[in-house]
Design a protein around this ligand. Structure first.
Ligand SMILES: Cc1cc2nc3c(=O)[nH]c(=O)nc-3n(C[C@H](O)[C@H](O)[C@H](O)COP(=O)(O)OP(=O)(O)OC[C@H]3O[C@@H](n4cnc5c(N)ncnc54)[C@H](O)[C@@H]3O)c2cc1C
Ligand code: FES
Length: 285
């Protein structure tokens, strides 16, 4: 019997990019831009349902593909935001695109943050540099259902004031009393009136209830070890600390073996792992 409706071929082929149109581009810093994109095919829009912490493979036709975290909250219907640093061929070509141009998107891929399990608890989010990209999705998602969470604390470290990402959104969060946001920079300039020093320096003043706090960390690899050490000093459980690992990725679907981390693949078993899992992965942290 012929089925009444044929399943969309694109939904079943993980290697086939969906065409997506760039609907807005916001210059965040000298090196990073925020792209808002919309999948052109309505069936693809329905199929592209993601969790905070997942990533997409972004393709520029004739250049290649790169894994990029989704920065918008899953509740933002129809559009996806990607915060992209111009780091090489694909990301550079994306930076040269304009509103209305078409790119390719595969995904969503990987395992995100355990949003449902985090509900009912205090949340501590620690980001360094571009690591705020996947955490912004989580922050916005928490914001959408704020009453379901306890205290929410965000620590964000940037190298310099000029490199702070999502500055406007941070200004908004800093004025809300339901988010505690602390920004710090490694090197201040003449205009900077905020904190200076590493993000780990902010832990001393934190009042954490270890039994009820879940944490997520994303940033440069060197940051994890020290941030986790601070969390452990506060008696936080290893299985309530979540980390996002960036590994070199190609296929995004567990086939090519490029993203091995210990005995797992970051593209399907991660990129988000809890620290308990990460401790058992060779070379993970
Ligand atoms: C799960 C995941 C999520 C990511 N999320 C984001 C994001 O939200 N925003 C963003 O800007 N970038 C993100 N990245 C990093 C991004 O994928 C790389 O910067 C990109 O693949 C570089 O591709 P390219 O063709 O532009 O650079 P290339 O021309 O391939 O390389 C340029 C330079 O970047 C290095 N490089 C390539 N891939 C990586 C990598 N995965 N990690 C570190 N260095 C790399 C190369 O060795 C080379 O030195 C993410 C990576 C992963 C694995
Ligand atoms: S990227 Fe191919 S196995 Fe993970």
């Amino acid at each position: 019997m012929i089925p009444a409706t044929r399943p969309a071929a694109r939904a079943v082929n993980p290697y086939r990019p969906w065409p997506a149109r760039i609907t807005s581009i916001l210059e965040l810093t000298e090196k990073e831009k925020l792209f808002e994109i919309r999948l052109i095919d309505p069936a693809a829009r329905d199929a592209f349902s993601f969790e905070s912490g997942q990533f997409a493979e972004v393709s520029i036709f004739g250049v290649g593909e790169a894994p990029i975290s989704i920065s918008s909250a899953p509740s933002k219907q129809g559009f996806i935001e990607l915060c992209v640093r111009d780091a090489g061929d694909v990301t550079g070509a994306l930076h040269r695109k304009r509103c209305g141009d078409v790119i390719g998107i595969r995904g969503p891929f990987g395992r995100g943050f355990p949003f449902e399990e985090m509900k009912g608890n205090d949340i501590l989010l620690v980001a360094g540099g571009l690591g705020i990209a996947p955490l912004k999705s989580l922050i916005n998602h928490i914001h959408d259902t704020r009453h379901e969470f306890g205290k929410v604390t965000i620590l964000y470290g940037s190298r310099t004031p000029d490199e702070i990402l999502f500055r406007r959104q941070f200004q908004m969060w800093q004025h809300r009393d339901d988010f505690d946001l602390i920004l710090t920079v490694d090197e201040a300039d003449d205009r900077w009136t905020g904190r200076t020093g590493l993000v780990t320096g902010l832990f001393e003043e934190l009042d954490i209830d270890p039994a009820d706090t879940w944490a997520a960390i994303c940033g440069p690899p060197v940051m994890y070890k020290y941030v986790i050490a601070e969390m452990r000093k506060k008696q936080m459980d290893v299985d309530k600390i979540y980390v996002s690992f960036e590994r070199r990725m190609k296929c995004g679907v567990g086939k090519c073996g490029h993203c091995g981390v210990g005995h797992q693949y970051a593209c399907i078993d991660g990129p988000v792992f809890n620290y308990w899992e990460a401790m058992n992965l060779q070379e993970a942290i």
